[in-house]
Design a protein around this ligand. Sequence first.
Ligand code: Q9C
Ligand code: ZN
Length: 473
Amino acid sequence: MPHRPLGRAQSSPATASIKGAPMGEVPIKHLFTTGLVYDTFMLKHQCMCGNTHIHPEHAGRIQSVWSRLQETGLLGRCERIRGRKATLDEIQTVHSEYHTLLYGTSPLNRQKLDSKKLLGPISQKMYAVLPCGGIGVDSDTVWNEMHSSGAVRMAVGCVIELAFKVAAGELKNGFAVVRPPGHHAEESTAMGFCFFNSVAITAKLLQQKLGVSKILIVDWDIHHGNGTQQAFYNDPNVLYISMHRYDDGNFFPGSGAPEEVGVGPGVGFNTNIAWTGGVEPPMGDVEYLTAFRTVVMPIANEFSPDVVLVSAGFDAVEGHQSPLGGYNVTAKCFSHLTKQLMKLAGGRVVLALEGGHDLTAICDASESCVAALLGDELDPLPQAVLQQKPCPKAAASLERVIEIQSKHWSSLQRLAPTVGQSLMDAQRREKDEADTVTAMASLTVDTEQAAASTVSTETSRSTEEPMEEEPVL
Ligand code: Q9C
Ligand code: ZN
């Protein structure tokens, strides 16, 4: 028999062992790949009124995003991972038992629980009957008694699965195409389309099950993530940074003041970049990039996280009207923000979709962010964006955050005077500063060398004598 060596495809695939990886061995190609997760089970969460037009958080959102990733060929370049429904125990890392059972069970699987757990009140749960004819917590936060619990548990489980693979080093980074969103969901409160806080639950599990020590959560949805802030308010190991429209508490959900910095050991580990002043002018790329330059990235670098989770809502993208938006950030801007975050945590970044209902906006932004995660070269920022100064209201909001947070993050101080500068001017100034430091360092080295050579000739006859420490300059 002629001896024929097996090709790679015919033999076992190339694998690598990873410390902490649940499977022990994973294909090598995954290590360099962006993971994506999506499951059609999440489409079943729909108001019983059947009218998707009056409910902006509808199934078409994630269907459209998933199709866009398919059509553009991005999906084919990523690794699709399997989602699953989160367990009730997992959900209870953030939510109360009552809340977990209320929204995590359907009449079908509740029967089994009822007898065991004596959940009297659950079987007669109270919902509002909405003007549309459906039921829900409010007209945003609708509920389908048969199908919603499976969908909301799937959204959580998808984010958990993806983040665990990234944290364990089985995937480079990832993007979760999930709904309903989660960042407004508090321990025992469903609101703002949200029932279970997928990102918060994932962060708790990364701490508890994988022993991840420092987690950064960046929330760029236009709304403050009140649920996420609450979940980690006293925790110094989870840094929450939110950028949101605040308008002195007059924008939903009303929380997220810059003075909310955390409590107890968590003081300083909650940062609210709270835009104020309405939409005259609306915030845009310049303001978001300036916030990253002067607050988000300096604090994030100082914190030095092991993993970065992003509550990636896209309702700040142009195309969203108040009260679900009002800003003018471009979809492409979010790829630049993503690229900056990839400099942290060895690149272990996981984005999870939160809000955003304009289909063009959320598809464009998701596409841009996945391209960034894959390492594609980004379109450069337009010259106008680089040259423009942030609007005075944004500069004032940033000055306020810096004033409050510089007590906790020393890198912020020197940036306070620069918040009004254009990105181009700031870049030039930073380069000049870096050049000055380099020049000073080489000057110091030259002087030391000169001093050393002088000393060595002078003391050539008594080498055992300790050298005097000469002051430089
Ligand atoms: N009457 C997300 O983007 N609208 N949620 C409140 C008040 C709530 C947005 C209207 C908007 C929630 C995830
Ligand atoms: Zn939102």
